[in-house]
Design a protein around this ligand. Structure first.
Ligand code: ZNH
Length: 141
């Protein structure tokens, strides 16, 4: 469960990204493809070289979805309901992969934010990404 303090930290942290969302998303994806190569099998139609238009475009979409989730922290299931359908019924992404993306995103944030990525922020972002993952995985059968 996200505490009120976690929510505040997540919102503050997101506020610090200021315009770098696409880059952050692209870096996190690229890192995921390289540190967890089986994740690439979901993107056979993408050019997976670093900084490709497709990675950037997809990174932007993923980070925008997370931004939207952050505006709806008390209502995640509803805010992510369409994406949850998409991942469960159409894409059939094995939920184990959500952890990989979460981890990669955290490394990217830590690299960018340095000291500001304190243990408290780390913990809040980790909980947030787990909450997102459980909503995205909630319709799997
Ligand atoms: Zn996912 C898609 C989000 C994870 C795979 N995604 C997507 C989108 C979004 C997202 C927003 C778009 C949609 C539309 O267009 O409508 N994801 C997301 C999030 C997350 C995720 C938020 C977490 C956190 N995914 C994931 C993973 C994977 C995936 C982990 C694997 C590995 N997705 C995917 C795919 C797709 C998507 C494959 C499709 C792409 C294209 O474009 O084709």
């Amino acid at each position: 469960m996200l505490t009120a303090e976690d929510k505040k930290l997540i919102q503050q942290t997101w506020g610090k990204l200021g315009g770098a969302e696409e880059e952050i998303g692209a870096e996190a994806l690229w890192r995921m493809f390289h540190s967890y190569p089986p994740t690439k099998t979901y993107f056979p139609h993408f050019d997976l070289s670093q900084g490709s238009d497709q990675i950037r475009g997809h990174g932007k979409k993923v980070v925008a979805a997370l931004g939207n989730a952050i505006k709806n922290l008390d209502n995640l299931s509803q805010a992510l309901s369409e994406l949850s359908n998409l991942h469960a019924y159409n894409l059939r992404v094995d939920p184990v992969n959500f952890k990989f993306l979460s981890q990669c995103l955290q490394v990217v944030l830590a690299t960018r934010l340095g000291k500001e990525y304190s243990p408290e922020v780390h913990s809040a972002v980790d909980k947030f990404m787990s909450a997102v993952a459980s909503v995205l995985a909630e319709k799997y059968r």
